[in-house]
Design a protein around this ligand. Structure first.
Ligand SMILES: Nc1ncnc2c1ncn2[C@@H]1O[C@H](COP(=O)(O)OP(=O)(O)OP(=O)(O)O)[C@@H](O)[C@H]1O
Ligand SMILES: [Mg+2]
Length: 210
């Protein structure tokens, strides 16, 4: 089983979006996929419950640490969604079991500033320091045609101790599909193909770590 933990100190940066989109990707690839939602808001948990019958199911589990104990043994992909402002202590049980840790970041100076502190905290964690838990940043909600977006990604890459492995565009498709319990990987149409391309470097990075 591969366990992907998604976390950030910052709210609204795309943690649940990352979790649910990756879940739709792996479910579509035929893998037994489960989400443990450690956030009381339950966005990912409810998303899994909303998945329609014509797409492969994703098992949603609530309750953070307790949810981890309910993960079926035949699970191939486990995703862990976490709340904003999570403390290092709250993250600990998930850090212990994760194989990769993803940190989404929005391209704004406030978000970059807030995330820098969080990344510093991560660096102090033993499993991360000794390379047992690889960490990657995912730049989210980019407007690739704007200078500001590109500057923010360059600044992030220059300042971060961890690699920026993907840049995801800002798109209403993510908002609309989340409401339907779906992801961009549940579709094959021309409109979502460019969106899917954005995820390829991230999927490759995760595969390499596994
Ligand atoms: N690439 C994107 N393009 C457009 N909208 C996005 C994108 N990523 C996320 N969003 C939207 O931004 C909002 C916040 O995203 P999301 O819920 O994934 O963040 P979060 O980090 O899980 O938030 P929280 O800290 O509240 O749990 C949601 O409405 C989501 O649909
Ligand atoms: Mg969330």
């Amino acid at each position: 089983m591969l366990t992907t933990l998604v976390a950030s100190s910052k709210g609204g940066c795309g943690k649940s979006t990352l979790v649910t989109q990756l879940a739709s990707h792996w479910a579509q690839a035929g893998q037994n996929t489960a989400i443990v939602d450690a956030d009381r808001q339950g966005s990912s948990y409810r998303w899994a419950g909303r998945r329609p019958d014509n797409v492969p199911g994703v098992l949603g589990l609530e309750g953070g640490r307790k949810g981890l104990q309910k993960v079926p043994s035949d699970t191939q992909q486990l995703l862990i969604d976490t709340p904003a402002g999570v403390s290092e202590r709250e993250l600990e049980p998930f850090i212990d079991v994760a194989n990769v840790l993803l940190v989404p970041v929005l391209p704004s100076s406030f978000d970059l500033d807030a995330t820098t502190h969080f990344l510093g905290e991560l660096q102090a964690i033993k499993r991360i320091r000794n390379g047992k838990l690889p960490v990657a940043l995912v730049a989210n909600r980019l407007k690739p045609w704007t200078r500001a977006s590109q500057d923010a990604v360059e600044q992030l890459a220059a300042e971060s101790p961890f690699p920026v492995v993907a840049q995801l565009r800002d798109s209403q498709a993510y908002v609309l599909l989340a409401a339907l319990g779906k992801g961009i990987f549940d579709y094959q149409s021309e409109q979502v193909r460019s969106h899917q391309e954005d995820w390829k470097p991230l999927l490759r990075w995760i595969k390499r770590q596994a």
